[in-house]
Design a protein around this ligand. Structure first.
Ligand code: HEC
Length: 511
């Protein structure tokens, strides 16, 4: 039985005793549970427990006659359709409750369920070829006994793959699908994972490995960039006071020779006072190069409780840019300002999980997680504010709108916040992406291939003139996709997480 159903059955006897109008006030659950109860109590009688429809109400799956966006579904619920038997709910529920119920409808339609991150859903590799609009392909296993928490792969020119596993370190996958021993001498990876009672579905830890990537001139200089969470004890005020470790993202480069990490140089690190006692789940951890000698990297909110994300004196909630040797580019947007990180390129980010430079068009792009709704694909413009925690197209898990500027005393104008090019509501838990130029999938050239965690799907977005013009789900409900990379011969690799072991698969075009 699903957790959702269990909660529902548990609540059923109480619900039968109270009127629909009282439920909103009476039930003190999170927004997610709240909206589920509101729907099951008030709507399921006509639309079915699973949105499948009944003789009194149309199915809320598939195509909807009055529109399928958040705004359109909210309007349907608010106003009703008098003549055809859909009641009006605007006098019964607050507008916040109506938005909550609409979000529940959207989530259920998309099979997005907040009770689980789908870390242990069966991972079955489809045997048959997958037909999509422009290409059909099969999914071929490369390796299937990785650590459950891999983070990044980087194809090497000879066809091998560098890999980071968050709690392990760096290793190399050879062409025949075997994994090397851990590369010795890299920064330490810590494997003490814990889970919170309130969010058992999410694994947490500190001192994790993040992205690994090759310098654009790797063939000549051999530089490999490694992005990780630098963990220390007794190294700042908070760690001394509370006698706990703290950590913050750090970028280094080095070379690999005979299974050893050598020549390490620090490219970027935060001030020690900004090392945080929060785990690395919200730390971002992606990095990318442009073709002008810069490296960009994401630092997520890292448990900052919304504080400091809008403040240029802190490193978190930002995308940073430095030169490949770690020096600060002279044309960085905030360089020269007193007391700020000169490396900051954009700010107002929540949990930035993907970062890519579009060499063709000279543009930087990023993905990030919203809370409940509001996952984003953003075009990252120097000096711009992406809005967290002032504003989001999603809502918080308790069902309230995102408006932490009120608590933090930060005033803003909506036009000052850069809006996403793609809004992903409900949240699939968007992850890493590429802007493909794969010779093996030529019809997808220039398209965004975007992975997701919770929704376990691979999406294709066609973006023209900074607007989404087409969206396709290439693989649906398959596996938590942590990374996607393109090999030197156009191979498309997916890095998958699963509680029984991570995997790498390759998309192999038919014929
Ligand atoms: C008494 C039965 C009944 C109840 C209760 C009811 N609905 Fe409806 N609903 C309908 C019918 C019938 C329609 C189709 C209206 C039409 O075709 O014009 C509809 C239409 C809708 C639509 C628009 C569907 C489309 O195709 O665009 C949405 C969204 C919706 N309902 C959501 C809800 C929600 C959410 C609730 C609970 C808060 C709810 N309904 C409660 C009967 C009901």
């Amino acid at each position: 039985m699903t957790l959702r159903l269990k909660i529902f059955l548990l609540l059923l006897p109480i619900n039968l005793l109270i009127t629909p109008a009282a439920i909103g006030q009476a039930v003190a659950y999170s927004g997610v549970t709240d909206s589920m109860v509101l729907f099951q109590e008030n709507c399921a009688v006509c639309h079915g427990e699973n949105l499948e429809g009944t003789p009194q109400g149309t199915p809320l799956r598939g195509e909807l006659q009055y529109g399928e966006s958040m705004a359109e579904i909210t309007a349907s619920i608010r106003n009703g359709y008098d003549v055809t038997g859909m009641p009006t709910w605007r006098d019964i529920f607050s507008s916040s409750q109506i938005r909550n119920i609409a979000m529940y409808v959207l989530e259920t339609r998309a099979n997005v369920n907040y009770a689980t991150s789908n870390f242990d859903m069966p991972l079955v590799i489809p045997e048959d070829s997958i037909e999509t609009e422009l290409h059909s392909f099969s999914i071929e296993p490369v390796i299937n006994n990785l650590n459950p928490l891999p983070f990044s792969i980087a194809p090497l020119p000879d066809g091998r793959l560098l890999i980071t596993e968050k709690t392990q370190g760096v290793s190399i996958i050879s062409n025949d699908g075997t994994q090397s021993a851990l590369i010795q001498g890299t920064p330490q990876a810590f494997d003490d994972i814990y889970r919170l009672d309130t969010r058992l579905d999410i694994e947490r830890g500190m001192g994790w490995m993040f992205d690994i990537l090759l310098h654009p001139n790797y063939a000549e200089n051999g530089w490999i960039y490694l992005y990780f969470s630098d963990r220390c004890n007794d190294c700042n005020a908070i760690s001394r006071e509370r006698e706990i470790p703290v950590s913050m993202n750090k970028l280094v480069r080095g070379r690999i020779e005979d299974g050893q990490w050598i020549d390490e140089q620090t490219i970027w690190q935060a001030e020690r006072k900004h090392y945080s006692p929060a785990g690395d789940v919200g730390a971002g951890g992606r990095a990318t190069f442009d073709n002008f000698g810069h490296v960009y990297f994401t630092v997520g909110m890292k448990g900052s409780n919304h504080r400091g994300i809008q403040d240029l004196a802190t490193p978190w909630g930002k995308v940073h840019r430095v030169n490949d040797d770690g020096s600060i580019p002279e044309n960085n947007p905030f360089i020269g300002r007193e007391g700020v990180y000169g490396s900051i390129y954009t700010y107002g980010h929540r949990s930035p999980q993907g970062l890519e430079f579009d060499i063709e068009n000279g543009q930087l792009w990023g993905t990030e997680h919203g809370p409940r709704g509001g996952d984003e694909v953003n075009r990252l413009l120097p000096g711009s504010n992406y809005g967290w925690p002032l504003y989001s197209l999603g809502m918080d898990y308790d069902g309230t709108p995102v408006e932490y500027g009120k608590d933090l005393g930060i005033a803003f104008e909506l036009p000052d916040i850069e809006q996403p090019v793609v809004d992903l509501t409900p949240s699939p838990a968007v992850s890493s992406f590429i802007i493909t130029k794969s010779s093996q999938f030529p019809e997808w050239n220039g398209d965004f291939l975007v992975g997701s965690l919770k929704a376990r799907s691979l999406f294709r977005f066609v973006i023209e003139n900074n607007a989404l013009v087409h969206r396709e789900t290439l693989i649906e409900g398959f596996a938590r996709i942590r990374d996607i990379e393109e090999g030197f011969n156009g191979e498309l690799y997916l890095l998958l997480e699963h509680n029984t072991g991570g995997q790498i698969v390759r998309l192999a075009p038919d014929n």
